[in-house]
Design a protein around this ligand. Structure first.
Ligand code: LLP
Length: 492
């Protein structure tokens, strides 16, 4: 149990002290100006201290678009999409749009031959606006509304992944009324999301296949079998197969192995005892990426070889045909392709008990553009992006500008000791779940996403403006007028 203190955890002796000069895995760099190549997108480099991505100088870029800004390396994203497509030949690769989605990225992944996983009407709308073929879209979510299902079926979404008995009933109702009205004529393809009872080695909030959480039907309890029975019995639904997503930021295929074994055992049971042969199986996403030097992700080719061997072995042992396989990588495609650039606002040296000093470097963004450190205790790294320095490296903590002590961007990093206001700092590997989970906390304006390629920068998502913030604020009217205005605007 952690020691406690009446004034709070931070007062526990040594709680805030940078032990041994930082966490055990973080070592003072030989050259604090150099990039650790494995953490950056493939075209990132330093030129006289300036970070250059996609052939574009980051200081020049932010002179135009300001900071904070997300910079997206198009060649890197496309190469990662292609690497999955090539390595997992014969699989369908659904890019998980929840990691990051805008119309440009939807178009790029379509051009690279990937399908798309969406999990809300908003994501579906972005995909359709980009011209994404609905037949290549999979629709997720543990509580899809009737309106969402009507839209998804009506648009001809290629597969809907059902997640509860309520939803199976709702979807059956929606498809039969759409068929009755002539709006659709073919059965809706469906997958059944199952939980395989696997404890993935990741943060509790992003592990999804153990029993005590909200997603899927348990294989162990028999719910998964019952869900299959109900989908098969619904005339407007066509069962494609089972879906298993065990979690996110996973490095080890042993979790996929246990899940595949349990899911395929259910395939075998259905085939042998019920005569139901499931043509497809989705093994989900979750492939980890490198945020710091602690992380050592496997290449898609290694993952593909291991996962295919697991499935082939299990299908052989169970005497069932190998289903058509699909996966849903999000983070592994977009995560390393983006970095975030900030401007340093203040540098504060705080003396802790025992004379230990922690250097707080505050930047002009924070938990509104990257919630992952605060939410998952995630580790990141960063580099000075606008100059070289000869100052020896010091251990710093990079924090944001929000009114909250937990507003930390990078918990521990070595930066040149003369880091100062006006310097640009860049944080690599922010492509996944940063812009997509960004908020307007403290009425922050969400930063733009600027795509870079071959020396050209293009803003693909612009920075929010104060007008964007105020667009939903109905104004300082008196009580009666406000009620009327609210009602009329709601109905318009
Ligand atoms: N498929 C399903 C059904 C999912 O729920 C997810 C992620 C993925 C695929 C894509 O997983 P990926 O390959 O990106 O790891 N906000 C958290 C991650 C939440 C993941 C949600 N589902 C984070 O920032 O780490």
């Amino acid at each position: 149990m952690s020691p406690s203190h009446e004034a709070g955890w931070a007062h526990v002796e040594g709680a805030l002290r940078p032990h041994h000069g930082g966490p055990g895995w973080l070592h003072p760099p030989g050259n604090p100006n150099a990039l650790v190549a494995s953490l950056w997108s493939s075209t990132a480099r330093k030129s006289d201290g300036d970070l250059v991505v996609g052939g574009v100088s980051v200081p020049d870029l932010v002179a135009n678009v300001n900071t904070p800004a997300y910079i997206l390396d198009e060649a890197d994203l496309r190469a990662r999409a292609r690497a999955f497509k090539d390595a997992f030949a014969g699989y369908d690769i659904y890019y998980a749009g929840k990691a990051f989605l805008c119309t440009t990225v939807a178009r790029w992944v379509a051009e690279e031959g990937l399908s798309l996983d969406v999990c809300s009407d908003g994501e579906l709308t972005v995909a359709l606006r980009a011209g994404f073929d609905p037949a290549r879209i999979g629709y997720h979510g543990n509580t899809k509304t009737e309106m969402e299902l009507v839209r998804a079926v009506g648009e001809g979404v290629g597969r809907i992944v059902v997640d509860s008995f309520d939803e199976i009933e709702r979807l059956a109702r929606v498809t039969s009324s759409l068929r009755a009205s002539g709006a659709v004529s073919t059965p809706q393809p469906v997958m059944v999301r199952v939980t395989a009872g696997v404890e993935a080695h990741t943060h509790e909030y992003i592990a999804t296949a153990h029993e005590d959480q909200k997603f899927g039907f348990s294989i162990t309890s028999g719910d998964a079998l019952e869900a299959v029975r109900r989908v098969v019995a619904a005339p407007g639904l066509e069962l494609l197969g089972l879906h298993s997503h065990i979690g996110s930021q996973i490095f080890d295929t042993s979790g996929f192995e246990v899940a595949a074994r349990r899911v395929l055992a259910l395939h075998a049971l259905l085939a042998h005892e019920r005569g139901v042969v499931l043509p497809e199986l989705d093994l989900g996403g979750g492939f980890g990426i490198a945020y710091t030097t602690q992380d050592d992700p496997s290449a898609p080719a290694v993952l593909a070889a291991e996962m295919s061997a697991i499935v082939d072995h299990e299908c052989g042992a169970l005497g069932i045909p190998r289903p058509r396989l699909s996966i849903e990588p999000g983070r592994a495609i977009v995560g390393p392709a983006m970095c975030t650039v900030y401007t340093v606002g203040t540098v504060k040296r705080v003396e802790l008990d025992g004379g230990v000093v922690r250097t707080y470097v505050s930047v002009d963004g924070g938990m509104s553009d990257n919630l992952r450190t605060a939410l998952y205790d995630a580790d990141y790294s960063c580099t000075l992006a606008s100059r070289d320095s000869t100052a020896p490296a010091v251990l710093v903590r990079v924090v944001g500008k929000h009114c909250e002590a937990g507003d930390i961007v990078v918990k521990d990093e070595f930066l040149p000791g003369d880091v100062r206001p006006g310097d640009l700092l860049a944080v690599p590997a922010t492509g996944a779940y940063c812009r997509s989970m960004a908020s307007n906390y403290n009425h922050a304006l969400r930063p733009p996403v600027v795509a870079v390629r071959d020396g050209v920068a293009s803003t693909i998502v612009r920075r929010e403006t104060v007008d964007d913030l105020l667009a939903t604020d109905l104004g300082c009217l008196d009580h009666e007028d406000a009620a009327v205005a609210g009602a009329s605007r709601r109905s318009s």
